[in-house]
Design a protein around this ligand. Structure first.
Ligand SMILES: [Zn+2]
Length: 830
């Protein structure tokens, strides 16, 4: 049997509850003690749901910190289909942010993170719909793979597999697949090709993490039959950390910044309920591990190890944790001899971290640059220090492939800093740094990852690592450190960033969508960025058939790594209507470079880099546009104003607090951004000016708001009621309720063709009741649902026009969906 593959990311959990993501772990003696307690526990729990933010962090923290169990969270998706409260990133870039938010959340609550290849393609109402887009076999295979590797004793579903249609289809699907996987994971005939790398495994119990929410109200939950429920007292207080379990859970929850899940911790008794679905019945309902040996006795020759760890805990010296080193090293050598590869790998890694922490051993390999290219030689500044009186020898420093970098042994004496500088050769075949699951084009429902051994891994894979071999008490330890980059910021202080391998050159076309409404050429700017010093090459734009570009090719030279150069091309569209993409192609020494480098940099996550094809969408269309001056009031954030500019409108972003009668005199149209009436408090006081603006003969367009609290009860001049109605099937047939209405006929004749090619959904949070002053223009619905008529409502008010629309213009316009542009032009012209 081939050696098993380990996906685990072992964290120091509570080492730093106020974790500042980029900084290395520096655990206190309390955190070290906690890790030794965890070293002594051999039970595991896997929590399963569909999205980043579905997880119950109270339960994850409870198992990781109170029960000391290995606690994993499998989120089937990375949350690409959600909304973004902190920036413009959507789709896979949002998935990248949410992946990192989960990684940070697990650092706080002590869990480990996993993902399947399923893509969060957007909302679906029932599992059948979900499984038409996900590849069921692949998602089930991934779940089984992750269970086989993680080997949980207990699996807990967030969602109920029996209540299809009451929540997001992804949610119920996650529960249904888990229910199915429980019975299949131990069968060697199921996904047998996985067994080259892993073993079958049978979890002992499957639970559903129920709550009052699933019963509709707290009263109904109180009255429910709980004979099959376990009550877990999760309101524990951790003296060692000075925090309640709920407070830790809230800190973890608050990592989901892009979802606006900032959360305030509570204190005091509290319970979570789990319902046993499969596996051995419980006598003591509060002990999910009942009948499972979670001590070292669980494995052959483990008894002595457990006894030694008991002694270490008993004699642990918070003043001087290094007192425990001789015994810990003894444990390390015993664990090294056990045959159970699964626990051996996990516990050896835990032990190495504990041993380093107890001795104050600090190792760091810093690159002088944040980026370098394949084949480049970079300079590394290495730091090694032992802060204990344990004798240590730094025997060698090498690459993870075993290439020696420093081979002269050096004694690491107590608190004597050893700094060394050496060159590190990046492999000429080294892959560019980016999320591995985005390397190959996936489908709507699935990421494309063919390497079985990568599946489940949450993070970017970084291969530039340094290995330090250190001898302590006659035992050699190898500590592997990723190369990092750090600098001092005058405001923030020490800033850590990942070290990235980048292409020699990347380029970026300025806009994502170019719209041609006549035959005139447009200037298209392309920014070129050098990944290394002194590059010269040629750049050209690939264009659709029958389009023209000038010049055909340009040469360029950039002298300094990191510098940028902007060049302009002039593109003329075809005579007929057409659409396609333009692609930036750079050639340097016969090598093609066609990637755009997108950086995602927020303070709460590790800086991310995504490489995408350097391209933009272009279309030529008989789009009729009547010039208007638009005032745009930004809501939660969207890129609609950019699209309006591209359409040729004059667009001003106006600050809500500046809205006045006088200011509005400068405009023909006011448009509110998505969720403006949920997030812009000033709109309550300013709504009278906006409605006066309409009454004076102008047009107001309000994009979707959610049913959450609104800042004003009067979003529209006449009553409308928002609902959760949505049409998630982007290809759902649209019926024209008022085929001769100006909004569907002027200046562009809207037809059903204009609803083709929409992305992810048609719209959301449609009103489901409205005053008789309103006219509904369209009806459409998802399969097996009644027609939803609230996508676009309009009314006359005074001399002007008011439009409320739940159509997803914020998705469709940046994606270059022509029909959405044509419809938007009509709204603005109305
Ligand atoms: Zn969810």
């Amino acid at each position: 049997m081939a050696s098993k593959i380990y996906l685990y990311i072992l964290f120091f959990g509570l080492a730093c509850p106020y974790v500042f993501s980029q900084k290395p772990e520096k655990p206190s003696s309390v955190a070290i003690y906690h890790q030794i307690e965890k070293l002594n526990f051999l039970g595991s729990v896997l929590y399963i749901a569909a999205h980043p933010d579905d997880e119950n962090t109270k339960l994850i923290s409870y198992f990781a910190n109170e029960k000391k169990a290995r606690t994993g969270y499998l989120s089937l998706t990375r949350g690409d289909g959600g909304q973004n409260l902190i920036g413009p990133e959507l789709r896979e870039l949002l998935g990248v942010i949410r992946t990192q938010e989960l990684i940070e959340a697990r650092k706080v609550d002590g869990g480990e993170q996993f993902f399947s290849r399923a893509n969060d393609f957007g909302f679906s109402k029932v599992p059948d719909e979900t499984l038409q887009i996900w590849d069921k076999e692949q998602v089930l295979s991934d779940m089984i793979w992750i269970i086989r590797n993680f080997q949980p004793d207990v699996i807990i579903n967030r969602f109920d597999h029996r209540t299809s249609g009451t929540t997001h289809g992804h949610h119920t699907t996650s529960a249904l697949l888990s229910f199915e996987a429980f019975d299949k994971v131990n069968d060697p005939n199921v996904f047998s090709s996985q067994l080259k790398f892993t073993n079958t495994w049978q979890p002992k119990r499957l639970f559903f993490n129920t709550s009052w929410w699933f019963f509709g109200s707290k009263e109904k939950f109180d009255a429910a039959d709980k004979s099959n429920f376990s009550e877990l007292k999760t309101g524990v207080y951790y003296e060692a950390f000075g925090k309640s379990n709920q407070e830790i859970a809230a800190l973890s929850r608050s990592c989901h910044q892009s979802q606006g899940f900032g959360n305030t911790g509570t204190r005091g008794d509290e319970s979570e309920y789990i319902e046993l679905l499969k596996g051995a019945p419980l006598k003591d309902k509060s002990d999910v591990f009942e009948g499972i040996d979670t001590s070292w006795n669980r494995i052959k020759n483990g008894k002595q190890i457990g006894m030694l760890i008991d002694q270490i805990l008993l004699h642990f010296d918070y003043q001087n944790p290094s007192q425990s080193l001789p015994e810990l090293i003894k444990v390390y050598n015993l664990v090294d001899k056990i045959q159970d590869e699964h626990w051996k790998n996990i516990k050896m890694e835990e032990l190495k971290k504990i041993i380093a922490a107890c001795s104050g051993l600090y190792l760091e390999a810093v690159s002088l640059n944040q980026e370098a290219t394949p084949g480049e030689k970079i300079s590394i500044k290495s730091e090694a220090i032992n802060r204990s009186n344990t004798k240590m020898i730094l025997k060698s420093i090498q690459t993870s492939n075993g290439v020696p970098l420093v081979s002269k042994p050096i004694a690491l004496n107590d608190n004597q800093l050893i700094t060394q500088t050496f060159d590190f050769q990046i492999d000429s075949n080294e892959k560019y740094t980016q999320p591995y699951y985005l390397e190959n084009q996936g489908s709507t429902g699935m990421y494309n990852v063919s390497n079985q051994q990568l599946i489940g891994i949450p993070d970017v894979i970084r291969n530039c690592k340094i290995q330090y071999t250190i001898e302590m008490e006659g035992t050699d330890f190898t500590f592997e450190k990723k190369i990092v980059y750090k600098y001092n910021d005058d405001v923030k202080g020490e800033v850590y960033q990942p070290f990235d391998v980048v292409p020699v050159v990347t380029s970026s076309i300025k806009e994502k969508v170019y719209l041609f409404t006549n035959n005139r050429e447009k200037q298209i700017a392309v920014k070129i960025k050098a990944g290394k010093n002194d590059i010269s090459g040629k750049i050209k734009l690939e264009i659709p058939e029958n389009w023209k570009v000038s010049p055909l090719e340009q040469t360029f030279t950039i002298l300094k790594k990191g510098d940028e150069l902007e060049l302009a091309f002039f593109v003329t569209p075809s005579n007929e209507d057409s659409e396609g993409s333009i692609k930036s192609r750079i050639e340097i020494e016969n090598q093609l470079f066609d990637k755009d480098k997108i950086e995602i940099n927020y303070p709460h996550i590790y800086k991310q880099m995504v490489l995408k094809s350097a391209e933009a969408k272009v279309f030529k269309s008989n789009l009729n546009i009547i010039p208007k001056r638009i005032a745009y009031i930004m809501g939660a954030g969207d890129e609609v104003p950019k699209s309006l500019l591209e359409m040729g409108y004059e667009v001003s972003l106006i600050k809500p607090e500046t809205i006045s009668r006088e200011l509005l005199l400068n405009f023909d149209v006011v448009m509110t951004g998505i969720r403006a009436y949920n997030v812009v408090k000033e709109l309550d006081a300013k709504q009278c000016f906006l409605l006066d603006f309409v009454a004076s003969g102008k047009t107001m367009i309000v994009q979707y708001n959610t049913t959450d609290e609104l800042v004003t009860s009067q979003v529209a001049p006449f009553p409308i009621k928002l609902s959760r109605d949505r049409v998630t099937e982007e290809n759902a047939v649209v019926t024209f309720l008022e085929p001769n209405h100006p909004l569907v006929s002027y200046p562009n004749k809207i037809t059903s063709k204009d609803f083709e090619g929409w992305k992810q959904e048609q719209g959301l949070y449609y009103p489901n009741q409205w005053d008789s002053h309103f006219t509904a223009l369209f009806a459409s619905n998802d399969k097996n649902e009644s027609p939803k008529k609230g996508a676009l409502l309009t009314c006359n008010f005074g001399k002007g026009k008011y439009i409320y629309t739940g159509f997803s213009f914020f998705r469709e316009l940046p994606e270059g969906v022509i029909g959405a542009y044509r419809l938007m032009a009509n709204l603005i012209s109305y």
